[in-house]
Design a protein. Structure first.
Length: 256
């Protein structure tokens, strides 16, 4: 039997995508400043999809382009499509064009998954990147992934988050940090890799950005529905010692 979701979530509702993006960019800055102040480094897993684009664009502009401690910020991705980095379907490519080329982040701080590789090679290579980064942060503890300061996630109208799709859960979702996935959604590249719930659930802060009326049912089921993580994978996101914040627009929040 699945336990009810007891991780406290903060839900904030905004009139539109613009206001939501502004709040997300501000939250990104505050997390960055707190993490760098406390630990000297800010580690983030970005998400793909269209919803974070407004936030990426804001982070590329004043005041964020200079106020975010980019030199101490390390970026990973929660999931990636198996396409080359310059393909318009690349999650890295999207963030690169909207944000990374415009801010002073060192190239060595950008830890993208190699979507241009074959699936198994891409999964293995990304797992190695995670392990090496984690080892560099905590040489004493042999962890396979870093404890991210911030994880950005979206939600599909079908209930998927990152590339954890309904009905696709396997033992590997609990035993490996990175797994492959294949799913047709919105005409986007079907072959992907994704971080798994144990990685997300180690994060200090998970931030969901969700907009649009087509997401309302999935938001309500994930947050208030009966526990059914096979159907609603985002119900698996329950950081053991972290916070979850949902930023919604009014349309996505309509069924709460
Ligand atoms: C991806 C994502 C995915 C996304 C949702 C929501 O690679 O496709 O990371 O999980 O966040 O599909 O996408 P939208 O923001 O476009 O609705």
């Amino acid at each position: 039997m699945t336990e009810p979701n007891t991780t406290p979530s903060t839900v904030r509702v905004f009139a539109d995508q613009e206001q939501l993006s502004a709040a997300a960019a501000q939250l990104f800055l505050e997390c960055a400043q707190a993490a760098v102040g406390e630990r000297g480094l800010f580690s983030v897993a970005l998400s793909g999809g269209s919803t974070p684009r407004g936030m990426y664009r804001l982070l590329a502009e004043s005041p964020y382009a200079t106020a975010v401690p980019w030199a101490n910020t390390h970026l990973f991705w929660g999931d990636e499509r198996l396409v080359p980095p310059d393909d318009e379907g690349s999650n890295y490519g999207q963030a690169s064009a909207a944000l990374l080329v415009q801010v002073p982040i060192p190239a060595a701080n950008i830890h993208r998954a190699r979507g241009e590789l074959a699936l198994e090679a891409a999964v293995d290579e990304y797992a190695v990147q995670l392990r090496k980064f984690a080892a560099a942060q905590s040489p004493a503890s042999a962890t396979s992934w870093p404890r991210f300061d911030l994880v950005l996630l979206g939600l599909g109208s079908d209930g998927h988050t990152a590339s954890l799709f309904p009905g696709q859960a396997s033992d590997e979702w609990e035993t490996k940090p990175v797994v492959g996935a294949t799913a047709d959604y919105g005409g986007r590249p079907a072959h992907r890799l994704t971080l798994t719930p144990p990685v997300f659930n180690d994060a200090r802060h998970v931030l969901f950005l969700v907009t649009g009326a087509d997401k309302a049912a999935a938001v309500a089921a994930t947050l208030n529905g009966a526990p059914d993580p096979a159907r609603w994978p985002a119900q698996r996101i329950r950081p053991a010692a972290g916070r979850v914040t949902w930023l919604l627009d009014e349309a996505a929040a309509a069924s709460l």
